[in-house]
Each structure stands twice: as C-alpha cells, then as structure tokens.
Write a protein that binds this ligand. Structure first.
Ligand SMILES: C[S@@+](CC[C@H](N)C(=O)[O-])C[C@H]1O[C@@H](n2cnc3c(N)ncnc32)[C@H](O)[C@@H]1O
Length: 256
C-alpha cells in the first residue's frame, strides 16, 4: 500500500452505546420543543424560553459522534422555531412536518448506516490509476443517496456500467431522475448480492465497515474492488489510500 495502513484486531471498542442515528436528533428536538412550550405556558418571557430550550439542544447534541451531527442536533430547534414564525396562523402540528420528512428520508432500515451525505466533487480523482477497470465493468454505489457518488464514479469510469442501490424511496426516485446513465434501484445494500460487481463503492459510517469487509470477503470475486470514502474497513489491507482536497481519504481494497 502507498499510504498509511492501520489494521484493527476486530475487538469492539469501549464506547458509549447511543440509539441509532437520527434518533438522538429527533429526541433532542422533541425535548427542546417540550421545554419551550412548557416554559411558554408558564408565561416565562419568550427570550428566556428560547434561550433555555436552545441550550438544552446544544447540551444534548454534545453526545453526538461527529461535529456535523452536533450542529444538526443543536440547530434543529432554533431553525424549526424560526421557520414556524414564517407560517403564523398554521396549527402547531405543522411544525412536525420536518420531523416526518426526516423519518421518510431516513427510514428505520437505513438508520444503522449513514444518513444522506454526498460524495464531494473530485473526491475520486485518480482512482482509475489504482483500480483500472475494463469498459463495461459493473460498479455498485451501495447507498447511492441523491447520486453524488454515482456522478463521481461516472467521471472517473465513463465506460463502466453504474448501479445505485438506495433504501429510501424518495432518494431513490430523485437519484434515478438525476443520474439517467445509472441503473438505480431501491434496496438494502446488505441483502444485495455483490458477487457480480467489479467494484463496490461505499460512503457509509465507521460502524458499517466491519460488516462491509465481511460481506466483501464472502461475495466479491478475487480481483474485485471495495472502495470506501472516509471510513476504513477493519481487517482488510488497503492497496492504497487516496488523499484529495476534500480531506476525506478514499480507502481502496482489492479482494484476494
Ligand atoms: C452518506 S450517504 C452517501 C450517498 C452517496 N453514496 C454519495 O456518496 O453521494 C449514505 C446513503 O446510504 C443510504 N443507506 C443507508 N443504509 C442503507 C441500506 N442498508 N441500504 C441501502 N441504502 C442505505 C442512506 O439512505 C444514504 O442515502
């Protein structure tokens, strides 16, 4: 391999057990709203109610695993409160719409893996120099979201047959419209047979990469590639780790 390799021994690390994402965010926002409405009903000045409920969200967000999740949890209440001011006169339940939308976009089956977070543009530049694929090779974006990863794969492998698999129906529909060059389906990446693919690309979560490595070893044929944006697959030895301006490493594995 050309860059750093850090192999794990597969033992679970001692870390706090959190409910699956985005449940912590939904719980925090619900708690913020409950506190705000309670304080409001007690006729506390609105500024105080807002400050205390926002503080609660910020404190609850501190337990989240990444900076953008902390921001997501903390900003949820004030953003939804600001939005509610724009729609004066609407019944209060309308402000549950963003939560319902979130539940639709990230159905329970996808909570264990990653919420929508797109592959940055240019992130996969140079991948074809490491993993050369013949024209017509089959590449799967496992959890394709809105298709940012498919666009990057298409840029690098214009002759490849690209497929996207996505658990969320709305994301699958929009992705299919945005990426007509790819075959986009709704499905579960863990139930899909990977054995016919020459490359499986993933941008999931650190916790997904143990099962992904096991599945790749079981199903991908020798010579096929597993490529993971940002997160390392434990117990697999990378051929290389690409580094690009986005700051997210690209872990490149070849099956033996
Ligand atoms: C971090 S986003 C990456 C999106 C896309 N691959 C990209 O790089 O732009 C992860 C996506 O995986 C989807 N996902 C998570 N678990 C999944 C599963 N078990 N099966 C299919 N899709 C899943 C999520 O809904 C989300 O859209």
């Amino acid at each position: 391999m050309t860059k750093h390799t850090r192999l794990t021994d597969g033992k679970p690390s001692a870390r706090t057990v959190l409910p699956p994402w985005p449940l912590p965010a939904l719980l925090a926002w619900t708690a913020c709203w409950a506190l705000f409405l309670t304080l409001h009903s007690l006729h506390l000045p609105p500024g105080w109610s807002l400050a205390l409920a926002t503080t609660l969200g910020a404190v609850m967000g501190m337990g989240a695993r990444s900076p953008w999740r902390r921001l997501f949890v903390a900003a949820g209440f004030p953003v939804s409160l600001a939005a509610s001011g724009l729609g004066a006169g609407l019944p209060a339940w309308c402000w549950l719409v963003p939560l319902a939308l979130l539940a639709l976009l990230y159905p329970v089956g996808a909570w264990r893996d990653a919420p929508l977070f797109p592959t940055p543009r240019g992130c996969l530049a140079g991948l074809d120099n490491i993993a050369a694929l013949p024209s017509g090779a089959r590449i799967l974006d496992a959890g394709c979201g809105l298709g940012a990863g498919l666009a990057e794969l298409h840029r690098v492998y214009p002759e490849a047959r690209l497929e996207g698999l996505e658990w969320s129906w709305p994301l699958r529909v929009v992705c299919g419209l945005r990426r007509p060059f790819a075959r986009v389906r709704r499905g579960d990446i863990w139930k899909e047979d990977w054995s016919t693919f020459d490359m499986v690309y993933m941008f999931q979560r650190p916790e997904s990469m143990g099962p992904a490595a096991d599945k790749a070893r079981r199903e991908l044929r020798p010579g096929a590639w597993l490529v993971s944006l940002e997160f390392e697959a434990p117990a697999l030895r990378p051929v290389t780790v690409l580094h690009n301006p986005s700051g997210k490493p690209v872990w490149v594995y070849r099956m033996k």
